[in-house]
Design a protein around this ligand. Sequence first.
Ligand code: HMG
Length: 388
Amino acid sequence: MNIGIDKIGFYTPHLYVDMNKLAVARDIEPEKFTVGIGQEKMAIPPITQDPVTLAANAALGILNEADKEKIDFVIFGTESGIDNSKSAGVYVHNLLGLNPHARTVEMKQACYGATAGIQLAKGHIALNPESKVLVIGSDIARYGLNTAGESTQGAGAVAMVISANPRIMVLEEHSAYFTNDIMDFWRPIYSDKAFVDGKFSNEQYIYFFSKVWEQYKEKSGLELKDFEAICYHLPYTKMGLKALRTILDEGTEEDNERLVANYQVSTQYNRSVGNIYTGSLYLSLLSLLELNEGLEAGSRVGLYSYGSGAVGEFFTGILQSDYREHLHINDHKHLFDSRMEVTVPEYEKLFEETLPVDGSTLELDITKDTAAICLSGVEDNKRLYVRK
Ligand code: HMG
């Protein structure tokens, strides 16, 4: 049975900061951020957006009534969840008006959560071919003002419908994965900012890639030449390129040109958003599919997922005929075009704005937030959401 991605949607907050201006404010050469790190804009979430609203906004634009009826499993990948007990997916299930006869869970393994969700969805569909699964990766990446990780923050969500006979991409049979207990990046429960050993995390990302790439080739018998493109988890856009370069000597000049050109296309959306953790790989896939008009049906796309701590996985998909007709290219163009720039001091103020943790009530002004679904306040230690 063919199982894979039937629909894919994306949401990022309506505010961003320009990386050139952030660099100047930090007394850093702008090229370090725009070339060395490879980021142009960084999405800034207003206090009226959290991982729940980002996820719900990402899914809202892609689901029709039939999907809402057929979805019987919601898997919410996140590492910036809002509750240590209740799944963020349950709020989203309600905000989207999904069929109550559904399972809903939250999946955590750093940036790998949504990939775990996709693999679980694949098994569910194999057993229940008529079902559809909503898999979401939604996060706000926070390292702190004036930290080395600051230039690799971001916010956003990707929502995917996984089904039998998918219209965008069939996921192939083989997959290679690798786990090792390392401390490259982590976030203790008491902290709303991540801790990171930056250089070590870069090295491990590449080491895990080598492990799963070699195992994938052994399992599948495929080689570099068999790939039209490879998409990477992108904590920043230079990172995937470093990993891609480690395997280019396995291909011809033609293979290299094709893979590097497609890599550049696959990073365009991420360059303008920043790291969205669980959704980053799928934002890269979306960038490739929506911005490369010449990518033919039947093409094989490789996907490298990495979640610090750490778990890595390499798997592949085949693009389906007329897949472009099932993308939401204009909606995403509009989303990017209608964003508003904030100054560095405005970003710093937004960064420091946090919700009460002492049970007090807060009512938020949602009129300035252009999103359809917003966080409107907190009362009795409960977050309140509205769908405008
Ligand atoms: P840093 O120490 O500020 O930067 O931290 P750097 O000194 O390593 O410089 C970065 C690059 O800019 C270098 O290029 C410099 O040469 C270049 P490279 O050698 O790497 O190719 N550079 C310049 N280029 C042009 N013009 C200039 C210039 N100056 C310097 N003037 C770091 C960078 C990424 C480590 C930091 O931002 C950080 O710690 N970020 C967070 C961690 C991270 O993103 N790690 C990535 C792998 S782990 C992962 O992907 C998982 C993650 O998503 C979490 C999860 O799984 O949940 C993070």
